[in-house]
Design a protein around this ligand. Structure first.
Ligand SMILES: NC(=O)c1ccc[n+]([C@@H]2O[C@H](COP(=O)([O-])OP(=O)(O)OC[C@H]3O[C@@H](n4cnc5c(N)ncnc54)[C@H](OP(=O)(O)O)[C@@H]3O)[C@@H](O)[C@H]2O)c1
Length: 216
């Protein structure tokens, strides 16, 4: 999928996972020296027309679970969830946005989540995750404003992939109708379609897998 749509694809993960058809690289997303080295290599290959940040963290074992109450808040959970969901995409943007062309259309997209919408929040809970995605959405808006001055054809968006059958959502899929539980491939296909359809005026906003804007 990746190599068919784009001339060259770099797939970067902290584990160094291998994706067929991509140039696979390993990096810690909060290590600026590693991101700078990566940007040097990617930039040397040509202008970047799409940067898609698809990493994120909701839970990890008994010590890191989405909080049902503020009584469960912890510094460690906040630090880990914000590092993965907010700080990493922001630092990736810092190193990748300058590689995006000034006049040719390009897209910086980060996977956000509907629960990061403040106006859509009717259930509460999931404090660190919700807050980290709301902060990500704010940064995306900020980057869009800044890029409009530097590289007006660049579009920065948050994308909600829907409920996707991955380790992240496994424990929270109850009540999701079968036709609304997507495979990763299905969701990726929908999101690439949304990315293709984005226009300059969409920059700074968040969209779901169906291309519907998610309110801030
Ligand atoms: N699945 C859903 O239903 C759903 C719904 C809404 C939004 N999202 C969002 O979609 C994105 C992808 O989620 P997913 O379902 O694919 O989750 P996943 O299966 O748990 O995969 C998350 C990926 O993020 C990486 N990651 C986590 N923390 C990281 C860190 N600190 N630095 C670098 N990489 C890190 C993981 O790397 P390792 O393999 O090394 O751990 C893993 O590859 C996330 O941003 C999530 O919030 C997902």
């Amino acid at each position: 999928m990746a190599s068919g749509r784009y001339a060259r694809v770099f797939a970067v993960s902290r584990s160094g996972a291998v994706i067929d058809g991509a140039d696979n690289r390993q990096a810690e997303f909060t290590d600026e020296a590693q991101l700078a080295a990566l940007a040097g290599e990617i930039g040397a290959a040509g202008p970047v027309t799409l940067c898609l940040v698809a990493s994120g963290l909701l839970s990890d074992g008994p010590d890191l679970q989405p909080e049902k109450t503020y009584r469960s808040l912890s510094l460690d959970a906040f630090e880990r969830v914000f590092a993965a969901n907010t700080i990493a995409p922001a630092l990736i943007a810092k190193h990748m946005l300058p590689l995006m062309p000034k006049a040719e259309r390009s897209v910086f997209a980060a996977l956000s989540a509907r629960v990061g919408s403040i106006s859509d929040n009717r259930l509460g809970g999931w404090h660190a995750y919700r807050a980290s995605k709301a902060a990500l959405n704010m940064l995306i808006r900020n980057f869009a404003i800044e890029q409009a001055r530097r590289a007006p054809a660049n579009i920065c968006v948050g994308l909600n992939p829907g409920t996707v059958d991955t380790g992240l959502s496994k424990a929270f899929q109850g009540g999701v109708p079968g036709d609304k539980l997507f495979t990763p491939q299905q969701s990726a296909g929908y999101l690439l379609g949304v990315i293709d359809s984005l226009k300059a005026e969409d920059s700074g906003k968040c969209f779901d897998w169906a291309g519907q804007e998610v309110p801030a």
